[in-house]
Write a protein that binds this ligand. Structure first.
Ligand code: SAM
Length: 284
């Protein structure tokens, strides 16, 4: 796998960007620049596997294609038009653009998505002669872009559905804590695995399950069945399997002191089902 560095963005929980930057630094050994609800960093392409499989605080890992300041929809089109998409999309692949916008602008996020979509088509056609297909429901490649005031970036979603959906959850508590927030709280609490962690209002058990997985070094990727990068032309299933196998090697079936209480028997039953699905019921 080439070790050249690429620019990345990763989205995370608002307010926990510093903690997420630390996680990226620990996993990849590179400095990450925290921003609002996201981070920026440079890393080899292998970061796609490592972060998607092992990160506990990230939501989406994005391979950055353009980042800078823009003042208008025309500048957004120009920025997106400059990118050479031929290295990232095969001629037969379909794509969709999803845009987020924060701040006051005389256009909507739908307008941004349309401008970027047109720029992708125009750029690809001029370098390859092929008109890429758009598929808004089930694209092969999802291009994410975000405009916050004047700051704009666009890139390829390597994750797919947000990593905070851990896939072990078989019972949906009506007020379940997000897995990434639960992990951030555990880390901020300074909890050491040798001490009892008790959640007196454990609901569906997110805090306890995340604490067990963290203490056992079990990668969240153990439970995730598919990633957007499975469809990307510059990643491979063999590399994914090698990274997953390596991450699972560090997992230890150790005893972790965890206790959950809830006033609702139904919620406790749900928490037990989630813990069993996450293969940690032996220690909660
Ligand atoms: C927001 S949920 C907790 C989420 C949970 N900590 C997690 O990790 O996902 C709040 C829970 O507190 C429980 N609860 C509320 N009052 C309680 C009380 N007095 N004693 C025990 N549990 C209580 C509710 O039944 C509910 O399941």
């Amino acid at each position: 796998m080439p070790s050249k560095n690429f620019a990345f963005a990763a989205t995370t929980v608002y307010g926990f960007e510093d903690l997420a930057a630390l996680e990226v630094e620990q996993l990849l050994g590179v400095k990450a620049e925290p921003s609002i609800g996201k981070l920026f960093f440079k890393a080899p392409l292998s970061a796609i596997y490592k972060l998607n499989i092992e990160a506990r605080l990230l939501h989406k890992v994005i391979l950055l294609l353009w980042r800078g300041e823009v003042c208008s929809l025309e500048e957004i089109y120009k920025a997106a038009r400059q990118v050479d998409y031929a290295s990232f999309l095969a001629p037969k692949q379909s794509f969709a653009v999803r845009a987020d916008r924060f701040g006051t602008h005389p256009f909507t996020s739908m307008d941004i998505a349309a401008a970027v979509g047109q720029a992708v088509i125009d750029s690809y056609r001029s370098s390859t002669g092929v008109r890429l297909k758009v598929n808004l429901d089930n694209p092969d490649v999802e291009i994410l872009c975000q405009l916050r005031d004047r700051d704009f970036f666009l890139g390829i979603n390597t994750t797919g559905e947000s990593l905070h959906k851990r896939n072990y959850r078989v019972y949906d508590h009506p007020a379940a804590l997000s897995s990434t927030i639960a992990t951030a709280l555990i880390k901020l609490s300074g909890w050491s695995e040798r001490h009892l962690l008790m959640d007196p209002m454990c609901g569906g058990g997110t805090v306890l399950i995340e604490a067990a997985l963290l203490a056992r070094r079990t990668p969240p990727g153990k439970f995730k069945k598919s990633y957007a990068y499975f469809k990307l032309v510059f990643t491979s299933l063999e590399d994914h399997q090698a990274f997953l196998k390596n991450a699972l090697k560090n997992s230890q079936q150790r005893e972790v002191p965890l206790l959950g209480i809830d006033k609702s028997a139904e919620y406790l039953q749900g928490a037990r089902a989630n813990a069993s699905s996450a293969e940690v019921s032996d220690t909660i």
